[in-house]
Write a protein that binds this ligand. Sequence first.
Ligand code: K7E
Ligand code: CUA
Length: 623
Amino acid sequence: MSKKDNSENEKSGLTRRQFMNATALAGLAGTGLGAGFIPVAQAKGKHSKIEVAPGELDEYYGFWSGGQSGEVRIVGLPSMRELMRIPVFNIDSATGWGITNESKEVLAGGGGPYPNGDLHHPHMSMTDGRYDGKYLFVNDKANTRVARIRCDVMKTDKIISVPNVQAIHGLRVQKVPHTKYVFCNAEFRIPQPNDGRDLNDASKYRTMFNAIDAEKMEVAWQVLVDGNLDNTDADYKGKYACSTCYNSEDATDLPGMMRNERDWAVVFNIPLIEAAVKAGKFTTLGDSKVPIIDGRHGSKYTMYIPVPKSPHGLNTTSDGKYFIANGKLSPTVTIIEIDKIDDWFAGKLKDERDVVVGEPELGLGPLHTAYDGRGNAYTTLFIDSQIVKWNIEDAIKAYKGDKVNYIRQKLDVMYQPGHNHTTMGETRDADGKWLVSLSKFSKDRFLPVGPLHPENDQLIDISGETMKLVHDGPAFAEPHDCMLVHRSKIKTMKIWKRDDPLFASTVVRAKKHGIVLEKDNKVIRKGNKVYVYMTSTAPTYGMDHFTVKKGNEVTVTVTNLDQIEDVTHGFTMSNHGVVMEISPHETSSVTFVADKPGVHWFYCQWFCHALHMEMRGRMLVEA
Ligand code: K7E
Ligand code: CUA
């Protein structure tokens, strides 16, 4: 047993895990799974090196969702060291995200400012099915938004709110020929339009599948569907996206949603949808101009494949052959052959189930599946609290009736794993080195920190014949998902370029005021508005004080002239809730009302120099 169990269970002589496994196996007796079950094995074979010594760099970047903290975290792999945080849907006290003018401009694109977000799925843009290191796209379930992060500076550069729908959940990118679209599912069903009519008429509730133009960051089109959409993924042909879909009953309560034995995996035919949009065969809703295609049951744009009820994760195999829908309430996953979807759309197959080529039983609560590029799949079992490694082609043979055992290994992980992710596993470059399992519970794995526990992210070496758990890492506020990119794919800038679009509007404003940001230290007064422009060079600001009148709206703009890597300055104004980051060659600005007469010191909050503590000045507010 790889885990410490709680003392109560130890006393009863039966650990929770033994109990769970015993009941799970009894439940699965007669399914053929019991016979093929391989008990948790000792790790065999050659394994990867986990230690990253001081001064050594990690081989992979991991991008972690921060869940309901609304941010993205960059984690090095295999060390599991947290390298950076990227504020997205949150307000950040370190960098001033959500406080500076430049970040507020980005947040305004999402209909904000909202103080919170619920970020589940970070995914990187691709070209020809491979990460291209350009962007990360992320969802906000809480406020129905999608954001883009620029990977050259690791900052959020665009946020949009998706109209006509509620709760963007599953999000993945188009893999081939390149990420033209970001596909995302709206999960909750609402009246359309949602303007106060049909409040209690569930038959009017609908949701939609959404395609966002990745470069423009605009919703390109939406597809009306039956049921509730959950997760999604794209193929390697550039033709289809596939989403899991529950509540085929169209119910609004739990018993209603559980009634049918089967729900769906819904396939979206992208060329057909694009053609319909081009031909004007769409509707719109309210003020939104976004084309809406009717993709409900029976439409020619979609295909509803019946799968066991309430499927959750949807993961395209890295060889591009299959969509795999994870059963959640069923102990199975469903293997869908993508070439057969061509046949179905061509009218060569009668029954939607004819595209299913395998439905292996894996264990209790399969949620998400990842791939190693060697024909194996790794599925999280939420209820069994295990990762099951299984072979895809063997599972297909077993479905045809061959007596083969497709289960390779079951590994105990921390309680309730949700997503798992392999290195490069959602691309053609799946390299089968590491697997991260994101468990919802950490229970007794770490020092107790009060009733609220961290989650537990576990690193598993999958390079050998068997999986081996090598690291436990606590994480705050539910990282639903992560993705793991080889470091060769990412090139970041060391200092800002002066013409960066993220502060372009501030440069335009300064120009209007006749200011040269790289040298001027001046105060411009326009009625009640005061614009303070200053430079910074460690350890001084270009201005040691400025004077305003009580009630003035003050905009402070700081340009960091230091060009030495890592010499970031800050600007914090005492007692005004004002803070910002100004990295080398960056310009940042913040606007606030000087409503308190007196002396208010501003200071640099980012350690920059031996005289960093002295890097400050005064705002004099006249009564
Ligand atoms: Cu938590 Cu991807 Cu939102 Cu599954 S989702 S666990
Ligand atoms: Cu500048 Cu600290």
